[in-house]
Design a binder for this molecule. Structure first.
Ligand code: SAM
Ligand code: F3S
Length: 440
């Protein structure tokens, strides 16, 4: 039996979601509970990310710490899951032979099985295969408390951008059946969920069939979820520009429950770089999507991802990225330096651009984006916003905090009885990175 499980999660919302599923399946198999203290755990899981940086190195430094715990508690099991597990597989054992279990994002449901095999055989277990989305057939129904829940609707990625490791670590895109997704949302609603975030590496590539055999896409899913009374807000992330079909664009402005925010990674404003990245759209095509979105929903907020310093990005390329940042008026963005990933086509390109120039560009872009974000916050002053209060404010525990449709945190003077409730507030103040509001 496993009494206590400690999970350390790195990376994106998808990994947060996977960690909660690992916890659910171990709870079901072992009646184990979650701990925040690795010293009292019988199983430590590192749910890893390999999208950027020397992710492996980060993992090995944590492993050193956990190896010491194994000396005190020889029954402790150590597991590596997520994208580093999937990418490195058995190689991890060469460097860290004390690791007991290695699995990938598509085999996390086999964790209880891997634990028993490890114990009976006395050997480390590795399972990084990509079984056809069987995972969801084995996972127990979500145990959930709170008002905001996530549901994975499509796994993997088939886009193969030249810089990205995800298609190799998470496998090809595969959608969950439409009826299964709806059943999970209804179940979550019965447990108290009021906000649903639909997840996928390319969530808008979702394709399935309804029970009548009608083709179903993300737009249809949003339409059906809108009909569930208990669900008051619907979000989805992350979208790919090439999958923004007209029916999805029309959802904004048509379904009041759909949050007026879209995260739409652009990566660069230069067509030359976009083509080298294998993104398959131009800056103009991207701007066209934004134009249609703004036409359907004037208050839409758009955020994005940028990669700065892709091999041989010139100053002219960078100026185009700055230009599109200003033209689109992105709200907030994630911008990072390009990081070569083993085995990806871009990692073989010889790059002439010095690191300091890339850093300078990154800083410049981030300053522009910060100023834009602040300007948008100031435009929100005096407006009415719908907030889901999710708990006490960390700035002042006597106050509560919640999020707007466009993901801004608002501090509100009110009491705990409002936690997990939607309220309408008037925005009264812009503080450094947050807002302040009064309940109407
Ligand atoms: N589906 C999304 C899209 O349309 O691009 C992307 C999901 S990807 C896991 C998340 C982000 O990681 C990307 O948007 C990209 O900015 C970043 N990323 C991926 N590979 C990277 C690399 N090698 N270096 C730097 N950033 C990277
Ligand atoms: Fe990565 Fe491109 Fe897919 S950034 S996750 S290969 S859309």
């Amino acid at each position: 039996m496993l009494k206590k499980v400690f999970i350390k999660t790195f990376g994106c919302q998808m990994n947060e979601y996977d960690s909660s599923k690992m916890q659910d399946i171990l709870n079901q198999a072992h009646a184990s509970s979650k701990t925040e203290n690795p010293e009292e755990a019988d199983l430590i899981i590192l749910n890893t990310c390999s999208v950027r940086e020397k992710a492996e190195e980060k993992i090995y430094s944590h492993l050193g710490e956990y190896e010491a715990l194994k000396k005190i508690n020889p029954n402790l099991l150590i597991a590596i899951g997520g994208c580093v597990g999937s990418q490195e597989g058995e190689n991890i054992l060469k460097r860290a032979p004390f690791v007991d279990l290695i699995f990938g994002p598509q085999t996390l449901h086999r964790l209880p099985d891997l634990v028993s095999k490890r114990r009976s055989a006395g050997l480390s277990q590795v399972d990084i295969s990509f079984p056809e989305i069987e995972k969801f057939d084995y996972l127990p129904p979500p145990s959930f408390t709170g008002a905001s829940a996530m549901v994975s609707i499509i796994e993997g990625c088939s886009k193969y951008c030249s810089f990205c490791v995800v298609p190799y670590t998470r496998g090809e895109e595969i959608s969950r059946p439409f009826e299964d997704v709806l059943a999970e949302v209804v179940h979550l609603a019965s447990l108290g969920a009021k906000e649903i975030t639909l997840l996928g590496q390319n969530v808008n590539a979702y394709r399935s069939l309804t029970k009548n055999g009608t083709p179903a896409d993300l737009a249809l899913l949003i339409e059906y979820i809108s009909e569930i009374d208990e669900i008051k807000r619907i979000k989805f992330t992350t979208s790919h520009p090439n999958e923004m079909n007209d029916s999805l664009l029309e959802c904004f402005g048509k379904f009041p429950k759909l949050a007026t925010h879209l995260h739409l990674p652009i990566q660069s404003g230069s067509d030359r770089i976009l083509s080298a990245m294998k993104r398959n759209y131009t800056a103009l095509e991207y701007k066209n999507i934004v134009r249609k979105l703004k036409k359907n929903c004037s208050q839409i907020s758009i955020s994005s991802d940028f990669i700065i310093g892709f091999p041989n990005e010139t100053d002219a390329d960078f100026q185009l990225t700055k230009k599109i940042m200003e033209e689109v008026q992105f709200d907030f963005s994630f911008s990072f330096l390009y990081s070569p990933r083993p085995g990806t086509p871009a990692s073989y390109i010889h790059d002439e651009i010095p690191h300091e120039i890339k850093l300078k560009r990154l800083n410049e872009l981030q300053l522009i984006n910060e100023a834009q974000g602040k300007a948008i916050s100031h435009l929100m002053l005096g407006t009415k916003q719908r907030i889901l209060i999710d708990g006490q404010s960390w700035k002042n525990p006597a106050e509560m905090a919640g999020k707007t449709d466009n993901n801004r945190v608002v501090d509100i003077k009110t009491d705990k009885s409002f936690i997990n409730q939607f309220v309408d507030v008037i925005i009264t103040e812009v503080t450094s990175k947050r807002l302040r509001g009064d309940i109407i």
